[in-house]
Design a protein around this ligand. Sequence first.
Ligand SMILES: N[C@@H](CCC[C@H](N)C(=O)O)C(=O)O
Length: 281
Amino acid sequence: MEFTKGHGTGNDFVILPDPDGQLDLTPELVAALCDRRRGIGADGVLRVVRAAKHPDGAAQAGEAEWFMDYWNADGSFAEMCGNGARVFVRYLLDTGLVTPAGAALPVATRAGVVRALVEGDAVSVEMRRPQVYDDSTATLGGLTLAGTVVDVGNPHLVCVLPAGVELSALDLTVAPGFDPTVFPTGVNVEFIVAGDSVDGTDEHTVMRVYERGSAETLSCGTGACAVGAVALRDLGRDTGVVAVDVPGGRVTVTVTETSCWLSGPAVLVATGELNPAAFRP
Ligand SMILES: N[C@@H](CCC[C@H](N)C(=O)O)C(=O)O
């Protein structure tokens, strides 16, 4: 089986081409592929399958030819992956599965159809506008941190660090605690501090994230969108542009009246063949 490895600001994925949906992809196989010692190593898997050939994509097949079948490193599904969508589009273009056109490219996901534009190294994806809800809390290393609940298709809790708590000092080798009545299917938790405004953006934040199903990652695109929406709300604004620095680089979030654009680099680093014997159950 062929695979490609790619990443968006260090959020890395194993990409599996399966145009006709014939691959028996199981949680166990996904976890084995993502294992950083015994497998290829990644934060998640992107199966590239025709929307019409996957039960979760079929309803969107009129609008999008390809479905991003995203899985977390532990073998669980997620509704959406912002960086994954950007890397997915890079793969579709570089392998010639789609031909570049001026118009935004539609991609089906479990959270609906997203649209992508490519400009040089950068891939931008238009997703749903983040919905900012009530407050909740996360616990970490004896701290209880106030956070804001945000839905970007997948669930997020954005915690602004109080004065005196250093972002770099957080121990994210341990999963943060959260309220399971608010997040019955788990949550991605972002920890942020405000930075000085950069490059003409309205706001700039620095973020670390503990992802549901993948632990700490170097970047989370939907997490950055959630952070952007909260940062703008805290400025008293509904729309605007926020630069979000993650451990793996910088992404830019543009919240409009109706949607949210996530922009940043998306890179394919290698293609190879799996040894099937190593991944047999
Ligand atoms: N890294 C992704 C988010 C992946 C899904 C997430 N772990 C979840 O379970 O919701 C991104 O770039 O958005």
